[in-house]
Design a protein around this ligand. Structure first.
Ligand code: ATP
Ligand code: MG
Length: 414
């Protein structure tokens, strides 16, 4: 679990604010749910035989001996809240969330025990149009962050429950012929949840999986049509993708469309965004049957990608203008000016010098703050009701501005 220090919080805030803007531009609304839920909720939704439920959940008994779990993902909680508050009953919803998730994993680059996800869930839409919309929205995010060239889209269809059940038989028959090449985990899953074998991270197992029959070749007619229609929409919208037949996702609730945005710039933790359709989940968790589709982006991986590509420079320094009073008599004047600017121009970030010291020391502090301008006042400025503005990042001579003109001057030229 990581601390997020002041040197990084600017980048986090930048990422979060771009996300907020983009989801708003598609008219999605935020939902906030608690960080703990009943353990039962995750077992029922994510699936008993999955990495998350088998070995990654932070689960403990509370004082009343009820088993609770720190949320490992967001979808189950959103569905639970949606059902509980009647948001999903004969309604359509476009929702998003952002916050910490917890998984007991082996920490490494791009994989942590507390990490953060931004996620999206759309409920009550049956057709492939909404699948295309959520993919389009994620695509817009990459454009906004300037990383479109560095992520690629992989899609697949998991078909209907029936198609998956039929496919399972074929898959099991095939895997039995290659049993000696499977690892312990996969052998166990062959019995309990054979589709999970496709999701194995073991390279030797992956080689076997390559030769396995493909689910996408056994789709039911409706799922096939849904998938074709989604592909056509993506083609028409100019969104490139690759159909990856072994993409199954690590959670049991998906059906039909599944997708991931992956990058080759982060080593083996290359999945930045993952999602798909989960048409059965609402009913499975006790609600009225309602289609769902969504995705989650791992914010640490997105931020790591921005840093790797040196795109984190676009984050502004935390200070715009530094305020310096050269002697004690001018200190009150400096505070009055800075408060006046804060009232008139609330979006500007002003840092007042504290702790006295000579002009040289104060200018050094101003420079270190990252500010573009330093606003200097001393006895002369006080007497003449003026301010001196020194430019810290441009080769421009300092200027003197009358107090009455100051707000206007900043508005015009900052
Ligand atoms: P992986 O295959 O990398 O374990 P996953 O299938 O477990 O991913 P999801 O449950 O689909 O991942 O979560 C969606 C996204 O959240 C992932 O694509 C990734 O970006 C991010 N994520 C998942 N687990 C972690 C983690 N432990 N630390 C940081 N980010 C994570
Ligand atoms: Mg995982």
């Amino acid at each position: 679990m990581n601390d997020c220090l002041p040197a990084q919080t600017g980048l986090w805030q930048y990422v979060e604010s771009v996300i907020r803007q983009v989801v708003a531009s598609y008219a999605y609304q935020e939902i906030r749910t608690p960080i703990v839920e009943s353990t039962h909720l995750f077992k029922r939704s994510i699936g008993e035989v999955t990495d998350i439920v088998e070995k990654e959940m932070y689960t403990f008994d509370d004082r009343n001996n009820e088993s609770i779990t720190l949320r490992p993902e967001g979808t189950a909680s959103v569905v639970r809240a949606g059902c509980e508050h009647g948001l999903l009953y004969n309604q359509q919803q476009r929702l998003w969330y952002m916050g910490p998730m917890f998984r007991y994993e082996k920490p490494q680059k791009g994989r942590y025990r507390q990490f953060h996800q931004f996620g999206l869930e759309a409920f009550g839409f049956a057709g492939p149009d909404i699948d295309a919309e959520v993919i389009l929205l994620s695509h817009r995010l990459w454009q906004r962050f300037g990383i479109s060239e560095h992520v690629s889209l992989e899609i697949n269809s998991l078909g209907s429950n029936q198609a998956r059940a039929d496919y399972k038989e074929k898959l099991v028959a095939f895997l039995r012929t290659r049993q000696s090449e499977l690892d312990e985990d996969s052998l166990r899953r062959l019995e309990s949840n054979p589709l999970r074998v496709l999701d194995s991270k073991n390279l030797q197992v992956q080689a076997v999986v390559k030769d396995a029959p493909k689910l996408i070749d056994c789709l039911d007619a409706e799922s096939q049509q849904h998938f074709d229609s989604l592909c056509e929409r993506l083609d028409n919208l100019g969104i490139e993708y690759r159909v990856n037949p072994s993409l199954v996702r690590g959670l049991d609730y998906y059906n039909r469309t599944v997708f991931e945005w992956v990058t080759t710039s982060l080593g083996s933790q290359g999945t930045v965004c993952a999602g798909g359709r989960y048409d059965g989940l609402v009913e499975q968790l006790g609600g009225k049957a309602t289609q769902g589709v969504g995705f989650a982006i791992g914010l640490e991986r997105l931020i790591l990608l921005l840093q790797t590509l040196e795109l984190d420079q676009q984050v502004a320094a935390p200070v715009d203008i530094y305020i310096s009073a050269l002697d004690e008599s001018a200190e009150l004047y400096a505070w009055q000016l800075s408060e006046q600017i804060r009232s008139a121009l609330p979006q500007l970030r002003l840092m007042n010098h504290c702790g006295g010291g000579n002009a040289k020391k104060q200018l050094k502090k101003a420079d270190m703050s990252g500010a573009r301008w330093v606003l200097i006042v001393g006895q002369d400025e006080l007497q003449e009701q003026k301010v001196t503005i020194k430019y810290l990042r441009e080769h421009t001579e300092q200027v003197s501005v009358a107090r009455a003109e100051l707000i206007h001057f900043i508005q015009q030229s900052f």
